[in-house]
Design a protein around this ligand. Structure first.
Ligand SMILES: [Zn+2]
Length: 303
């Protein structure tokens, strides 16, 4: 008899928990978010680049081509700001390749790192499927790997540039992630080697656009297209063979967001900063931003 009561109570708990989760995700703007970051993709390139997949996301979504990088316009400070909802003054990652904060993070979470969109989502939704696939290992110091289900540094991408998309396609189809971060690094290498705004730069950008087409196809094949918001953006741009400085070619990068509950063909008029990305993803999942975040959700993109 005692066992019957126990089983009944367990079933009731399970039912309540399932109902809560369903209620929670029914209030989300989308059930899945795929964030695609392209290192060193300057907004200046939008006038010339032949990037049909990115342009189709713009036509079906919202965009801001004047999103500003934090200073310096270097990689780690800007990837950190993207994931951490605040600038270097607060998260402390100040140099291009910072793996630990150069000044103390204003606060840290239980994983001993400044709160990231990955950890905030994990805390609110313990059973969320969260992944990270990156070509530059430096990203792994900024995402809070302890909050991830899947964490892949594609070390072979330097020799095999299509490796990253293969991991992304497999992961999307197999796990249908709640949140997946994919970071392309190769365009930054091209910018340093042959220069920004050169034919070689556009060739590499167009190649990455092709991979984005493959990711879109995988989302459709996984049967989650109608429930997925895709974001394509960058950490910084560049000028000549470099970045890190204060020209607008280095500091302005595109932000494109497309999917359910997002306005079509809409140019977001508001000012947008690098650290507004984490709160915007948080807004999709109904997450409360940590007090230390200073970024704002870009609500004008939403219907
Ligand atoms: Zn970079």
């Amino acid at each position: 008899m005692k066992n019957t009561y126990l089983i009944a109570i367990l079933l009731l708990c399970c039912l309540i928990s399932c109902t809560q989760q369903e209620k929670q995700s029914s209030e989300w703007k989308a059930k899945h978010v795929i964030l695609i970051g392209i290192d060193a993709w300057g907004a200046y390139s939008m006038n010339k680049a032949n990037i049909p997949n990115i342009r189709s996301l713009m036509a079906n979504g919202s965009y801001n081509l004047k999103k500003r990088s934090v200073l310096p316009s270097s990689s780690a400070p800007n990837w950190a700001s993207m994931y951490m909802g605040a600038g270097p003054e607060l998260h402390g990652y100040c140099e291009w390749g910072s793996q630990i904060p150069d000044l103390p993070s204003r606060i840290t979470n239980t994983d001993k790192i400044f709160p990231t969109i990955f950890s905030v989502l994990r805390e609110a939704v313990p059973d969320a499927e969260i992944g990270n696939i990156c070509e530059w290992n430096g990203i792994r110091y900024l995402v809070d790997t302890l909050s991830l289900n899947y964490d892949k540094h594609v070390f072979e991408a330097e020799k095999d540039s299509s490796a990253t998309v293969r991991y992304a396609v497999n992961y999307i189809k197999e796990r249908k992630p709640t949140f997946l971060n994919i970071v392309y690094d190769a365009l930054d290498h091209t910018g340093h080697a042959v220069g920004h705004d050169t034919p070689g730069y556009y060739t590499k950008l167009e190649e990455i656009d092709g991979y984005i087409g493959e990711i879109i196809a995988a989302i459709k094949e996984a049967g989650i297209w109608d429930e997925t918001i895709i974001i394509v953006t960058a950490d910084h741009g560049g000028i000549k063979n470099n970045h890190g400085g204060r020209t607008m070619e280095e500091m302005e990068t595109p932000f494109i967001i497309s999917g359910p509950n997002i306005k079509s063909n809409f140019e977001m008029p508001e000012s947008m900063m690098q650290f507004d990305i984490a709160p915007t993803i948080g807004y999709i999942f109904g997450l409360k931003s940590p007090q230390v975040w200073i970024g704002r959700p870009m609500t004008s993109a939403f219907k």
